[in-house]
Design a protein around this ligand. Structure first.
Ligand SMILES: NC(=O)c1ccc[n+]([C@@H]2O[C@H](COP(=O)([O-])OP(=O)(O)OC[C@H]3O[C@@H](n4cnc5c(N)ncnc54)[C@H](OP(=O)(O)O)[C@@H]3O)[C@@H](O)[C@H]2O)c1
Length: 256
């Protein structure tokens, strides 16, 4: 066992995407078990401060905030480094940065919008992931939780850009997981389906839609069991297995 505590036990939690409803619910769920010191990294100072207040009210003894946009690649190293340093290290890192790219849930309106989704969800989030894992590796332990999506398993025509961005991020996380294994660093890839958060507000819920609380419970169970991947809810694993087998001519008929 590494010097750092594995699974869900670690006391120091760093959230990249510090205002994410799902990530904050995961922190609250961890907090219900034991107090956690938290660093929230996100792009909006006021929203981060509100999230920090909520966590303090939920019992976090210490919550730090750091302002950083996923698109500001040149600041990633400095700010992620500062978060690790000021918190005194990181036991659990949650990577939750992500955007749907369209309020109606479909494809972005134009190429610029599509590129922006790829920049935030894949390039920006990927850079943050690598900045975090570099530090976990140097510390010989810790756990990275990556909020991927079922969309990563097989992007549909209606979510090709978002799905591609998540597929890239998911693949990066899996490759890094293997590369980091011998250094004592664990990576948990989380693939939720439709979750009721502000990201999906106003959209028609997909089958097996869930809540941030349900995703948080699945993540804690995954951390406890040492899983490498969790689907939320669990039956989506089987659904996606079947989806992957559907021949392209049939799959392209799925328009939503
Ligand atoms: N909700 C779902 O149905 C669902 C399903 C599968 C996977 N996911 C994934 O789960 C993660 C969390 O989503 P959520 O449902 O909790 O939605 P959310 O509350 O909207 O969280 C998204 C997070 O990404 C941040 N973000 C977006 N663009 C950013 C940028 N340019 N720079 C820095 N941060 C940026 C947001 O910050 P701001 O507060 O500043 O906007 C927010 O913290 C995302 O990666 C999402 O793709 C969600």
């Amino acid at each position: 066992m590494s010097a750092k505590r594995a699974g869900s036990e670690g006391r120091r939690v760093i959230v990249l995407g510090g205002t994410s409803e799902i990530a904050l619910e995961i922190v609250r769920a961890l907090q219900q078990r034991a107090p956690r010191e938290v660093a929230l990294v996100g792009r909006n100072h006021e929203s981060l401060s509100r999230s920090a207040e909520e966590l303090r009210a939920a019992g976090s003894p210490r919550v730090l905030t750091f302002t950083l946009d996923a698109l500001e690649l040149e600041r990633h190293s400095a700010v992620v480094g500062q978060a690790f340093e000021e918190l005194g290290g990181g036991d659990i890192v949650l990577l939750a940065v992500g955007t749907l790219g369209s309020e109606r849930g479909g494809q972005p309106e134009d190429v610029a919008g599509a590129v922006s989704v790829l920049q935030v969800n894949l390039v920006g989030a990927g850079s943050l992931m690598m900045e975090a894992t570099r530090r976990l590796r140097a510390a010989h332990g810790g756990t990275l939780v990556v909020l991927s999506s079922v969309a990563a398993e097989r992007p549909r025509r209606a979510n090709a850009v978002y799905g591609a961005s998540k597929a890239g991020l998911d693949a990066l996380a899996q490759g890094l997981a293997d590369d980091l294994y011998e250094d004592g660093v664990r990576v948990l890839v989380v693939r939720p389906g439709f979750v009721h958060t502000r990201m999906t507000r106003g959209l028609d819920p997909a089958p097996l839609a869930s809540t941030p609380e349900a995703v948080a419970a699945a993540v804690l169970a995954g951390l406890d069991s040492g899983a490498q991947t969790v689907w939320a809810p669990r039956p989506l694993r089987l659904v996606m297995l079947v989806m992957r087998l559907i021949p392209r001519p049939l799959f392209r008929r799925i328009k939503r």
